[in-house]
Design a protein around this ligand. Sequence first.
Ligand SMILES: Nc1ncnc2c1ncn2[C@@H]1O[C@H](COP(=O)(O)OP(=O)(O)OP(=O)(O)O)[C@@H](O)[C@H]1O
Length: 289
Amino acid sequence: MSLLTIEELTVKLNTAKNEEKVLVHPLSLSVNKGEVVGIVGESGSGKSITMKSLLNLLPDGAQASYDTFLFQGQSVTPKDKLPISMIFQDPMTSLNPVRTIGYHLIEVIRRQQRIPKRQAKELAIQELTKVGIPLPERRMKQYPHELSGGMRQRVMIAMALLAKPKLLIADEPTTALDVTIQAQILTLIQQLQKEEQLAVLLVTHDFGVVAGMCDAIKVMYQGQLVEEGTTEEIFYHAAHPYTQQLLAAAHLGDKELVEEPKKHQIQSEGEWTVLSPTHRVWLGGSTHE
Ligand SMILES: Nc1ncnc2c1ncn2[C@@H]1O[C@H](COP(=O)(O)OP(=O)(O)OP(=O)(O)O)[C@@H](O)[C@H]1O
């Protein structure tokens, strides 16, 4: 059953010059309970803006509109507080530098449930243990800058889970981390996703990240969803030239050697070509280098 469905989502931005810019062209998105969906595309393709519009977190001047927005079958209004948690590329932007790790965690717990501080502290320590943070009692007293990037991201994951989400949006959760730490964080997200039967929207510019983890993949390019399918369909039968180029780049071990993808001009009006019930590609635009 679909956990979240949004149809014909469009995001527009009113610029300082009072011009209207379309950041996200009409797209539809659906995530099932316990499903992991990868949202892939280069920087600026509209991945984050699409995710933020689900949480009503758009920047000033940007506005989302849609035909249908359902969560667990119920129609969503902009005021609804949905059980969705989001983690970002840089945990420092979400952590208050003058507050301890313990303060952050206890805040989230006490927003969820009215329990004494002492009990909240115990829950926080348990959660830190669950996300693989050693010496959790000590970490509780530390400040964000005293932790490594990987440990800070683990804290963010702990905070996200304490809010008891049904859907976790992970926006480039490993991009700022060293390669070995990246793998550890992805493994942790995967393990927690299985344990909690969480749905996950995993946003990344890197096909390597989604390979082992996602059930389905959606590819975004210049504010449009250009291809979607099961992970197998996208990896073995990518039909859109942009998807093919992203895949080719991901297969090269040395990212320094990867050429800039050739630009494909894509018109905003067009038809989806249906390759299978799950695999759809938009090939309506003319292509040039
Ligand atoms: N705060 C903002 N104000 C104005 N425009 C914005 C803002 N944030 C993003 N945009 C614009 O929206 C478009 C999509 O950006 P978005 O951040 O969603 O891309 P992305 O695919 O997530 O890339 P990245 O991984 O670099 O964030 C871009 O053209 C970007 O310039």
